[in-house]
Design a protein around this ligand. Structure first.
Ligand code: NI
Ligand code: MN
Length: 225
């Protein structure tokens, strides 16, 4: 399975012969200026919530690629009004796709769209892929609800925010690894803005001291998991 990082909380995962893109926010990210959004090929786009730093490039990428957009009903309605027809609305629950079963699970955050439209509930995704099972929490603080994840699936890895301020920081993410029973974490939602700049070595060392692994991917980097 391949994980490609596009900066902030935007990444692509190839699983079961399908390419999934999460939380497309690239062109507005100064740190990701070397990424060309017109070169990203994708079959599905999964959106955790409506904030601009997760959705800014959603409509252009969906329009060009024809990828199916999976998101909260309210977000799907919003992109539908912009002419995107290949959509799958969800709320908290599960559904089956070509790449496997997908749970949309609660995040403790907020969700409004860039024009102020209500974005429904913010969430995270648990992907029961054909090859691997993984969890992306979306923007959230640490919540007890995360303990449900390990009842649903034995994870191969998880993607968690580690930047703090708007989400979990590294310390909270380490507690989350116990809740979800997964010790291999890819950190996202760090460094993009002043509020979420982190000391990489300190975060990695904290995970190591807890007997866990934190990968902080470089923008544009593809990791084979
Ligand atoms: Ni957010
Ligand atoms: Mn965010």
């Amino acid at each position: 399975m391949k994980f490609t990082f596009y900066g902030h909380s935007c990444f692509a995962i190839e699983t079961g012969g399908k390419k999934l893109l999460f939380d497309p926010f690239i062109s507005g990210n100064e740190l990701a200026k070397d990424i060309d959004i017109n070169k990203i090929e994708v079959d599905f786009i999964l959106v955790s919530h409506g904030h601009g730093d997760h959705i800014a490039d959603l409509v252009p990428i969906a329009r060009r690629t024809g990828a199916k957009v999976i998101a909260a009903y309210e977000i799907v309605t919003w992109v539908g009004a912009q002419g995107i027809e290949n959509v799958h609305p969800m709320n908290f629950g599960s559904a089956n796709f070509d790449f496997g079963k997908l749970h949309f699970l609660p995040a403790a955050h907020s969700s409004s769209l860039p024009d102020g439209t209500y974005g429904g509930n913010p969430g995270g995704f648990l992907v029961h892929g054909i090859e691997h099972k993984f969890y992306y929490s979306g923007d959230t603080c640490l919540t007890m609800d995360m303990q449900l994840v390990q009842r649903y699936a034995k994870l191969d890895f998880a993607i968690l925010p580690v930047g703090g301020n708007f989400t979990m920081d590294a310390d909270d993410a380490i507690m989350a690894t116990d809740f979800i029973q997964c010790n291999k974490i890819i950190g996202v939602h760090f460094d993009t803005f002043g509020y979420i700049k982190i000391n990489h070595q300190e975060a990695v060392d904290k995970f190591k001291a807890a007997g866990k692994e934190l990968i902080l991917p470089k923008i544009g980097e593809t990791i084979t998991l």
